[in-house]
Write a protein that binds this ligand. Structure first.
Ligand code: ADP
Ligand code: MG
Length: 266
């Protein structure tokens, strides 16, 4: 059984955080990023995401989790700050961002699939990127087998259950081998069986295809189950980031401790 955190904060000298600073291992780096609407909703002094890991972003509703994910996905432009993708500065011009955007995929809580077969949905990104027919077939068949969706291949996507549809959405998102898979509350409102299937799918895609994953979840247990590193955001700021077991068992900040224990934070 897992231990329950005691909300005792470790002394500074005990805080062994392993920050891998090897530059070519970093996929995403944000520096002094801010996002303002009518007020400031996100401020990230520094964030580095390493290749090949699963990151879980947790925090209360309205904390800025989706905003951060959308900035990483180039869907939302930050009001200020610098973004480096695989060590290269991301240009401000959306036209020039296309090559970077093509290296990542974002899956929302509720994904809209095309009213076509599951197979065609998964093939969509490959067709759009001009893959050859034979390669599309090979990739889609292989992926559907890998994620256990074979039996659904010829089903029309609009006849699927919510959980099945979300599994297809993730398969579609990874068919072209993106470097980075971004998931915004992908299992919210799903039943436990589909949650488990999707978590296993994410873990195996990360393991077998070395895809770096960033998953936003309001479910701290989910972050604990699948993330290597956890980022805790509150009121638009990263309160704490670190290895999952540390965040849950020995966090540096009391707020983190309270949040992972399911207590109200002010
Ligand atoms: N397009 C927008 N215009 C104005 N405020 C926004 C917009 N998008 C998000 N916000 C605000 O930014 C804050 C963070 O939102 P969000 O990133 O969606 O939080 P989370 O995903 O953690 O629930 C919230 O207060 C939200 O109302
Ligand atoms: Mg959100």
């Amino acid at each position: 059984m897992r231990s329950i955190p005691s909300c005792t904060i470790s002394r500074k000298e005990d805080r062994a955080i392993n920050h891998n600073s090897c530059k070519n291992n970093v996929i995403v780096e944000l520096k002094d990023i801010e996002k303002k609407y009518d007020r400031e909703v996100l401020r990230v002094d520094r964030l580095k995401l390493n290749k090949g890991l699963i990151y879980g972003i947790i925090g209360p509703s309205g904390a800025g989790k989706s905003t951060l994910l959308h900035i990483v996905n180039l869907l939302t432009a930050p009001s200020k700050g610098a973004y480096y993708f695989q060590g290269q500065p991301v240009p401000g011009n959306p036209q020039e961002q296309i090559n970077i955007r093509r290296k990542m995929s974002l899956v929302f809580q509720k994904t809209i699939l095309f009213k076509e077969s599951v197979w065609n949905n998964v093939a969509y990104g490959l067709r759009a990127r001009g893959y050859k027919r034979s390669e599309i077939k090979e990739r889609v068949d292989h992926l559907l087998t890998q994620v256990g969706l074979n039996e659904l291949a010829s089903r029309r996507a609009d006849t699927l259950s919510g959980g099945e549809a979300q599994r297809v959405a993730i398969a579609r998102a990874v068919a072209f081998d993106p470097e980075l898979l971004l998931l915004d509350e992908p299992t919210a409102n799903l039943d436990p069986i589909n949650i488990e299937l999707i978590e296993n799918m994410i873990k195996s895609l990360n393991r077998d295809k070395s895809i770096t994953v960033v998953i936003v979840t309001h479910n701290v247990f989910q972050a604990r189950r699948i993330a290597d590193q956890v980022i805790f955001i509150d009121k638009g700021e990263i309160v704490e980031m670190g290895p999952t077991e540390k965040i849950f068992n020995n966090p540096d900040h009391e707020k983190t401790c309270l949040y992972v224990e399911g207590k109200v934070i002010s």
